[in-house]
Each structure stands twice: as structure tokens, then as C-alpha cells.
Design a protein around this ligand. Structure first.
Ligand SMILES: Cc1cc2nc3c(=O)[nH]c(=O)nc-3n(C[C@H](O)[C@H](O)[C@H](O)COP(=O)(O)OP(=O)(O)OC[C@H]3O[C@@H](n4cnc5c(N)ncnc54)[C@H](O)[C@@H]3O)c2cc1C
Length: 395
């Protein structure tokens, strides 16, 4: 019997996990990634969840010590005066986008990972027994199964369901600090824990992440931080997302394009609002950048032979640190469903979709509830297990 032909649109966490899982069950898989060059994350952090690293641990030689570092607990401070509000005896491991991506590409190989292939639209019957994707170049790919992993701004989702992400009412600043780039006392304050800094109108988080060499070995440790600002959806948001050339960006303004007035605003607010260690962390960061926070639900994760995985399906906000784990699990479970239905794609989708969609929606509800508390000074009880990280059924 001919192998199922699978096209994956988008070659990041969801796309590569789906490609690996489907290839391993005998499908004939190609990945089409819009970026013309291999993806370079901004080196920021991702909390390790079991689903995120399942492929590495079960199918490769890439162990956790090669891509992540550990912390020893959680602490919750008032960010203004650094009063300790509580602690939790939970330890986590942390990785970085770059380490994950490097490991996934190394596992899939580059031969069938096609860069510079921007999906444009589907043509023909969306609910038919095959699907045809048209790329910006005009090239058309027809496959038995098309896996859309094109992220939060997914073009595929927009065409299938006319849905885009909705602004959540706040942005996040993100930054990194090197070991020798910050005062030793500040480093020691944050190094070994996951730390919350709570404010009446927002919050900060910080945790250590690894630096990783090109052959996937941990070579050092850095501090990763995020600071969430409530921002009205009009002028203030436009100002924060306008780059140095005056262009309003839809998602992020990266550091190299950040106007000095926007950076000054970050520094002024840090000086005005934050206690000494949090302030030092923000002011010592070499390349902070700003990103909008948005989320979306979807009515379904498929039409015909086209499925949505990762952020292209349900896009969650970041507060329970498992968006990437959800993205990885969508692919892993799709591979398992294809195998358990003997390659019957329609039966596989029918069993896969309700479970993944149910789980994604439960996760979306969890992060929206957490956002309400964290961004609006609600009763965020330190150590409350409801607010621990992870997908709902992996807690
Ligand atoms: C501030 C922040 C912090 C976060 N922290 C965490 C965390 O600690 N832990 C965690 O698990 N998750 C975290 N997340 C969530 C996580 O980053 C995402 O959920 C995850 O990256 C989703 O992976 P994805 O592959 O679905 O999408 P993406 O990683 O966004 O990848 C989409 C890919 O599709 C490509 N693409 C886009 N359009 C096209 C097109 N037209 N044609 C072809 N390719 C295309 C893009 O170039 C990209 O490579 C965080 C998110 C944010 C915003």
C-alpha cells in the first residue's frame, strides 16, 4: 500500500513534532516553512513539560540534561518592595526555543524540511479526500493529509474558519540577562528559582534558561524575564508596537527595531515601580523586546483532510507555560491516531480531534482565569495548585 502523503505547513514546534510523529508511523512527510532560513528564536525560555520533550526522551538520544537546566522552587514577591508573599515547593526544568528547535530539526533532518515556502491558500474542495495547498510562489502541493502548524496568526485557520487571534488587553516585555551582565547579588536572588513579581496591574516572571552549543550541550545559564503590562487596545498599544521606522507591527517589535523612546519608557517604569532586584534585572537586560498577548478558540481542528495543530488551532496565553507542550502533543497524538486506525485518515482525525480540542479548550480556560488574577491584582494565592503550570490533565 502507498504511504500516506503528508504536507506540514509551518516548521516550528507543532510542525516538527507532527512531522516526526507521522514519519515514524510510515507517512511520507514534507515540512514547508515560510522563513527563508532556519529559525532563530530570540533565545527566550520555555518551561519543560512532559509532552514537550516526549519525542526526545522516547525516540532519540537527546536527554533533558542536553537541552535544559533545573530550578529548586517557586517564590512569589510583591514586585514594588520585594516583600516575600509565599513560596511553593515545586521545581521545574527550563529550556530555550533555540535548544528545542535545534533538537527537532536534528531529529527530522533537513532534506524534507523546505525553507522559504510560504503557504498562501487552499484551493479546491476543503472537505474532499485530498487537500491542495497553494504557496506564495505559485507552487501547489496536494496531499492525503495537510497539517497546518503556521502559528498564532495562522492563514490556514483564517481560511478554514475566518478566525484570527483576539487581543487579550496586555503586552509582554521579554529579556535575557547573562551571568556576567548583572550584579552578583541580583543573579543570586533569581538564579535558582521560578520567581513571580506581583503588581496590582500586571506581573513579572523570571527563571534560568540554558545556553546550548550547536551540538546540543548546555554551556551556561542565563536569566529570562517577562513583564506583562495592561495596555488599552488603541493609542498606547499602537505606540508600543510601532518600530523605529514608524511601522505598526502586528505581533512584536524586536530589540533591533525598538525606538529609543519605547525602550526609555520600559526603563523609566522599571525605575519607578520595581524593587531593587527586579529593577536591576530589567535595566541590565541587553535586548528587551515587546510582544502582544492574544488568544483564540476554534470551532473545530479540522476540515476534511486539513488539520490545525499547535497555536494554529487554539492559541493560548502564556501563563501556564504549556503552549509549546500542547503544540507538541497535537502532533504526537495525531501520529498515534493514524497508527491505531491503520492509516485510515478520516477515522484517525475523528478520534484525535475531540480529545485535542477538549484539552486545548480546558487549557485556554485555565490561562484566561490565571490572567484575570495575575493582571488585575486578584487573589493569587502563592502555591495554589490551580495556578501551577501544565496542561490540565498532566497536573
Ligand atoms: C510570551 C510567551 C511566552 C511563552 N512561554 C511559554 C512557555 O514557557 N512554555 C510553553 O510551553 N509555551 C510558551 N509559550 C507558547 C509557545 O511559544 C507557543 O505555544 C508555541 O511556540 C507554539 O508552537 P507552534 O509551532 O504552534 O507555533 P510557532 O512556534 O509560532 O510556529 C509557527 C511556524 O509557522 C511558520 N509560518 C507562519 N506562517 C506560515 C505560512 N504562511 N507558511 C508556512 N509557514 C508559516 C512560522 O514561520 C513558524 O515557524 C509562550 C508564548 C508567548 C507569547
Amino acid at each position: 500500500m502507498r504511504a500516506l502523503r503528508v504536507a506540514v505547513l509551518g516548521g516550528s514546534i507543532a510542525g516538527l513534532n507532527a512531522a516526526l510523529a507521522l514519519r515514524d508511523v510510515g507517512c511520507d512527510v514534507d515540512v514547508y516553512e515560510r522563513s527563508p532560513r532556519t529559525l532563530e528564536g530570540l533565545g527566550t525560555g520555555i518551561v519543560v513539560q512532559p509532552e514537550l520533550v516526549r519525542y526526545f526522551l522516547e525516540r532519540t538520544e537527546i536527554g533533558l540534561d542536553r537541552i535544559s537546566v533545573a530550578s529548586n522552587g517557586m517564590r512569589y514577591y510583591a514586585a514594588t518592595d520585594e516583600t516575600l508573599l509565599g513560596t511553593a515547593d515545586r521545581s521545574w526544568r527550563f529550556t530555550s526555543y533555540n535548544a528545542l528547535y535545534q533538537g527537532l530539526v536534528a531529529s527530522f533532518g533537513t532534506e524534507r524540511y523546505h525553507l522559504g515556502m510560504a503557504f498562501d491558500h487552499f484551493e479546491g474542495d476543503l472537505d474532499g479526500p485530498q487537500a491542495s495547498a497553494v504557496f506564495e510562489s505559485g507552487e501547489v502541493i496536494t496531499a492525503d493529509l495537510v497539517v497546518c502548524a503556521d502559528g498564532a496568526m495562522s492563514r490556514a485557520r483564517r481560511q478554514l474558519f475566518e478566525i484570527g487571534p483576539e487581543y487579550a488587553g496586555y503586552i509582554t516585555w521579554r529579556g535575557l540577562v547573562e551571568r556576567d551582565g548583572v550584579d552578583g547579588d541580583t543573579w543570586a536572588f533569581f538564579d535558582d528559582e521560578f520567581t513571580y513579581g506581583l503588581l496590582p496591574d500586571g506581573h513579572l516572571i523570571t527563571y534560568p534558561i540554558p545556553s546550548v552549543t550547536s551540538d546540543l550541550q548546555v554551556s551556561g545559564r542565563r536569566l529570562n524575564w517577562q513583564w506583562y503590562w495592561n495596555t488599552s487596545g488603541d493609542d498606547e498599544l499602537d505606540q508600543l508596537l510601532t518600530d523605529a521606522k514608524g511601522v505598526r507591527q502586528p505581533v512584536s517589535v524586536h530589540n533591533h527595531a525598538l525606538p529609543s523612546a519605547t525602550l526609555n519608557r520600559l526603563h523609566r517604569r522599571a525605575a519607578d515601580q520595581l524593587g531593587p532586584h527586579f529593577r536591576d534585572l530589567v535595566l541590565s537586560s541587553t535586548a528587551p523586546f515587546v510582544t502582544i498577548v492574544a488568544d483564540s478558540d476554534v470551532p473545530a481542528m479540522h476540515r476534511g483532510r486539513i488539520v490545525l495543530v499547535g497555536d494554529a488551532g487554539v492559541t493560548p496565553r502564556p501563563h501556564a507555560a504549556a503552549g509549546a507542550a500542547k503544540a507538541a502533543a497535537d502532533g504526537w497524538e495525531l501520529g498515534a491516531a493514524i497508527a491505531s486506525h491503520g492509516g485510515d485518515v478520516d477515522a484517525a482525525i475523528a478520534s484525535w480531534e475531540p480529545r485535542q480540542l477538549g484539552r486545548a479548550r480546558a487549557y485556554l480556560a485555565k490561562v484566561r482565569r490565571m490572567a484575570g488574577v495575575l493582571q488585575h491584582g486578584g487573589p493569587f494565592a502563592p502555591g495554589d495548585p490551580q495556578n501551577f503550570f501544565g496542561l490540565p490533565d498532566s497536573e
